[in-house]
Design a protein around this ligand. Structure first.
Ligand code: NAD
Length: 270
């Protein structure tokens, strides 16, 4: 038996002409990728002041290479091994029934792997490498990330061999010369990824149903999107363990709620 909120959310979704699904780290938690701000999240183990800026990472490479190696293994290993979970698959399924734009803060590529057609990555992607002018110079695969993690583990086991860290991450970022190329991810102080961010603002204003899934709503400016959508007339549905920002909040794990919600909204969906 579903709650009144759940039935209301399903009917908004079913009748929407344009849907935005706005996702954060929580949508990938059930794929084994830790979130950043939960009690056991990433920032409880690593200080954002040091590790969330590009300059901080470059400085740490010089001053604390072993700590940077540990951080990179913790960041990359779960993303290298991740596969889409039932929430990503349910979101991709929605493409068959509605005009859907996925706006994600995640950098893990899992919406594309699940088959979603239009994905705007407002914080960029760990699977793309760009030069200093943000021109794409290559794509990476999860197999490439696995290789990088194995090399980092070698560097971790041999801290006395100073060159192993730079060698390990060479496909992803250059430490010599520092910052010559890097993953296309938005760190603290960086501009939002374009053209995705401008398109996301437009999609939020044009949709009639805006679903936020697995985001704490604290990272600016992305966290403005739900209120922009609401001001422009959309119904906002929140999905996650905490009561969130929505006109209706469906509390629980995305991997449980999203398949049921999509099924209820589009009864022939699997
Ligand atoms: P956050 O870490 O601030 O918050 C995650 C939210 O997800 C929390 O509200 C939490 O309660 C919720 N959550 C946890 N498990 C969930 C589940 N199973 N189902 C639904 N919700 C669940 O994440 P954020 O708001 O996305 O912002 C953090 C920033 O860190 C983002 O900008 C993102 O770029 C980045 N990030 C990305 C990844 C990734 O690519 N997978 C992972 C961690 C962080």
């Amino acid at each position: 038996m579903f709650s009144e909120d759940f039935n209301e959310a399903a009917s908004w979704l079913a009748s929407a002409k344009r849907v935005v699904v706005f996702t954060g780290a929580g949508v990938s938690a059930e794929s084994g990728i830790p979130t950043f701000r939960d009690a056991v999240g990433f920032w409880s183990r690593f200080t954002p002041e040091t590790f969330a800026t590009w300059q901080g990472l470059l400085d740490t490479a010089n001053t604390q290479p072993a700590e940077l190696t540990r951080f990179l293994i913790a960041l990359l290993e779960p993303i290298a091994a991740a596969r889409p979970n039932p929430a990503h698959l349910a979101i991709a399924e929605m493409d068959k029934h509605a005009s859907v734009t996925v706006i994600t803060q995640n950098v893990d590529g899992l919406h594309q792997d699940a088959g979603s057609g239009r994905v705007l990555e407002v914080h960029g992607s760990l699977l793309e490498v760009v030069d200093q002018e943000q021109r794409r110079i290559r794509n990476l695969t999860r197999a490439d990330l696995v290789k990088i993690v194995r090399r980092l583990q070698r560097a971790e086991a041999h801290p006395e061999k100073k060159d192993l860290l730079a060698w390990a991450i060479r496909p992803l970022a250059s430490l010599t010369p520092p910052g010559g190329y890097r993953p296309r991810i938005v760190l603290f102080g960086d501009q939002m990824a374009e053209p995705d961010w401008s398109e996301a603002l437009q999609a939020a204003e044009e949709c009639d149903c805006f679903l936020t899934v697995g985001t704490s709503g604290t990272v600016m400016p992305a966290a403005w999107l739900p209120s922009r959508a609401r001001v422009a007339g959309a119904m906002v549905i929140g999905v996650g363990p905490e009561s969130g920002v929505g006109d209706t909040c469906l509390q629980g794990q995305a991997g449980e709620i999203m398949p049921k919600l999509v099924q209820a909204a589009f009864s022939d969906a699997t």
